[in-house]
Design a protein around this ligand. Structure first.
Ligand SMILES: [Zn+2]
Length: 182
C-alpha cells in the first residue's frame, strides 16, 4: 500500500518529529489494534517508526522492535523505552551486522507470549535508498528466514522504499525467506 504509515501517531506527528513523513494513517497500528492479540511488531523500515512507538508505548499486548538508520529523520528511536526496543544503526551497517542485531533483538523477546508477528515492511534500508544501512536482496531474504523461524503467523504492511527497481524484489525475497523457514 501507499503511502506508508509508521510515522503517523495518535494525533498526527509523533514524538516531536517535524512532519508526518509521507504518512496519513498508521496502517500497521490499525491492523494490530483490530487483531486484539499479543503481537510483535517488527519494523524493518530504515526509519524509526515514531508513530507506531507512540501508539503502542506501554501497551502490555504489543512489543515494538525497530532497526533503523540513526541519525536521520524523524530523529527518534535512539534508545529503548519499556516495550519499545530500538536499535539505531549506522549508514555503514551492512547485512552481517544488521542480521546480528536482529538476532539480538529477537533474543530479548519472550516469544511464548507472542501470537502474531506484524512486519512494518519498509525497504528503504536497502543499499542506496533513502535510509540505507547497506542491506541487499540477500539481506532481506535472511530477515525473512529469521522471521519464518519464529514459527508464528506473520503479516506485513508496506512502509517506505523509494527505489522502484528494488522494492518488488526486496518484498519477494522477504516473503520467500519467511516461507522457506515456516
Ligand atoms: Zn522509511
Amino acid at each position: 500500500m501507499r503511502p506508508p504509515g509508521h510515522h503517523a501517531g495518535k494525533n498526527g506527528t509523533a514524538m516531536g518529529a517535524a512532519t508526518l513523513g509521507f504518512c496519513y494513517f498508521n496502517n500497521i497500528a490499525i491492523a494490530v489494534k483490530k487483531l486484539e492479540k499479543s503481537i510483535l511488531i517488527l519494523d524493518i523500515d530504515g526509519h524509526h517508526g515514531n508513530g507506531t512507538q507512540e501508539i503502542f508505548q506501554g501497551d502490555p499486548k504489543v512489543t515494538y522492535v525497530s532497526l533503523h538508520l540513526y541519525p536521520t529523520y524523524p530523529g527518534t528511536g535512539l534508545t529503548s523505552q519499556g516495550n519499545c526496543l530500538n536499535f539505531p544503526l549506522p549508514y555503514s551497517t551492512g547485512n552481517s551486522l544488521y542480521l546480528k542485531t536482529l538476532e539480538k533483538a529477537l533474543s530479548q523477546i519472550d516469544m511464548a507470549n507472542v501470537e502474531v508477528v506484524a512486519i512494518s515492511a519498509g525497504f528503504d534500508a536497502h543499499d542506496g535508498d533513502l535510509a540505507s544501512v547497506g542491506l541487499t536482496f540477500e539481506g532481506y531474504r535472511e530477515i525473512g528466514r529469521m522471521v519464518g523461524a519464529l514459527g508464528k503467523p506473520v503479516f506485513g504492511v508496506l512502509e517506505g522504499g523509494y527505489v522502484g527497481e528494488y522494492v518488488g524484489r526486496d518484498l519477494r525475497e522477504l516473503i520467500t525467506g519467511i516461507e522457506e523457514k515456516q
